[in-house]
Design a binder for this molecule. Structure first.
Ligand SMILES: [Fe+2]
Ligand SMILES: [Fe+2]
Ligand SMILES: [Fe+2]
Ligand SMILES: [Fe+2]
Length: 390
């Protein structure tokens, strides 16, 4: 079945405002919900936050009062959507438990995108990045058992493995080496544009989350590990945002954002196992369809272009949270020793990389290694959750 978001009107914008009662959604059951339902909540929260921040940035450079008012109107609805989506998370989770779920999202969403991405250069960018978040999951899981005496397998379930990826200590590259070449907006597959926006949004919310929750811990090793991985998420945002063609106009970017929101709500509506949550994805899809219409009207009026020139005529196959264990094992075998040099990838440590490493390490072990040593000292070995045979 094909679905063309441009052909649906959705809920009229002036009917989208919700009252307190409607915003006050019951969270999912912390003990009895599909881990991938939580992943979809986290992913969509990242998408809504990106839509809000993008709209604010647009408004700040927009001199047209009518456009500013239209942006504000849609943005308020996005803000209500963000509240509903993120408030589905049960308050029972500690920041560290949520962190482990964030890294699971990064692993399984990026792996899925890498598998589906048609452009080899972009595919490489996702394959490169996913091995790093995979290792973050392992480091945080060790911290979790150490300070909360619980196992990460309770969170990720049997869906995602917790084993070492590309070691976190090697993620500290010179910032200039985190900038990739963008796709060309005139030639890129519409799916590539959606992928880039999705992963950029997911990494950005992870970066923002660690910025704020890291200092909430009292244990020195926890504070240190959040600083270290928080800085890598900064690198990841740089890496993924540079994939997007900077030559897209603001109007075109607005259309792409709304189209991507339609794509993700549609995808998750199609794949959601919890019927109550599924109904929310469906409601939000029907709101996004009207946002998309509004964005298309703005583009027609200001860019003189039709949306069909920019976006796909139908939605691609639904974005799906599913296990990627075997795929990740293959990447571990072939890409673990990669780093970047300029816009490309190399296997050998180079001078700029080594200088960066020396400076940030300051002659000491990084927190990501210390956490494993401390865990081993306390429990006799590191924490792993292996499911596939290596
Ligand atoms: Fe939205
Ligand atoms: Fe990460
Ligand atoms: Fe990341
Ligand atoms: Fe929207």
């Amino acid at each position: 079945m094909t679905f063309n978001p441009l052909e649906h009107e959705g809920i009229p914008l002036d009917k989208q405002l919700r009252n307190w009662r409607e915003l006050d959604v019951a969270p999912v059951d912390p003990d009895d919900s599909d881990p991938y339902t939580r992943c979809r909540i986290i992913a969509l929260n990242g998408i809504e936050i990106e839509s809000i921040m993008f709209s604010h940035h647009f408004a700040r450079v927009c001199p047209d009062m009518d456009v500013k008012r239209k942006l504000a109107e849609v943005r308020y609805i996005e803000a209500q959507q963000q509240k509903v989506v993120n408030w589905l998370l049960p308050g029972a989770a500690s920041p560290l438990e949520t962190t482990i779920a964030y890294e699971q999202v990064a692993v399984d969403l990026t792996a899925w995108v890498a598998r589906m991405e048609p452009d080899p250069q972009l595919k490489q960018a996702y394959e490169f990045g996913v091995l790093e978040d995979f290792d973050h999951l392992y480091r945080y899981a060790n911290l979790y058992e150490m300070i909360q005496h619980r196992k990460a397998e309770k969170i990720v379930d049997g869906l995602t493995e917790v084993i070492p990826g590309r070691p976190t200590r090697f993620h500290h590259r010179h910032p200039a080496d985190n900038v990739r070449e963008p796709y060309d907006k005139t030639e890129a597959d519409p799916l590539s544009k959606l992928h880039a926006l999705t992963i950029m949004a997911a990494e950005q919310q992870t970066m923002n989350f660690y910025m704020n929750v890291g200092p909430q811990y009292m244990e020195p090793i926890a504070r240190q590990l959040y600083q270290e991985i928080g800085l890598i998420e900064e690198e990841h945002v740089t890496h993924y945002e540079s994939l997007v063609d900077p030559g897209e106009t603001w109007w075109e970017r607005l259309v792409n954002h709304e189209y991507n929101e339609c794509y993700l709500y549609y995808s998750f509506m199609e794949t959601e196992s919890d019927p109550r949550v599924k109904a929310i994805w469906e409601l939000h899809l029907n709101m996004e369809l009207a946002h998309l219409q509004a964005a298309c009207d703005l583009m027609r009026a200001n860019d003189g272009r039709e949306p069909e020139e920019v976006v796909a005529p139908e939605l691609p196959v639904p974005v799906t949270f599913e296990p990627n264990k075997q795929y990740l094992r293959e990447l571990l075998d072939t890409q673990i020793d990669l780093t970047t040099l300029g816009a490309g990838y190399v296997r050998d440590a180079h001078e700029r990389f080594e200088r960066m490493q020396e400076t940030v390490m300051g002659g000491e072990q990084p927190p990501s290694d210390a956490v494993i040593d401390m865990h081993t000292e306390k429990f006799g070995s590191d924490y792993r959750h292996e499911l596939e045979r290596s």
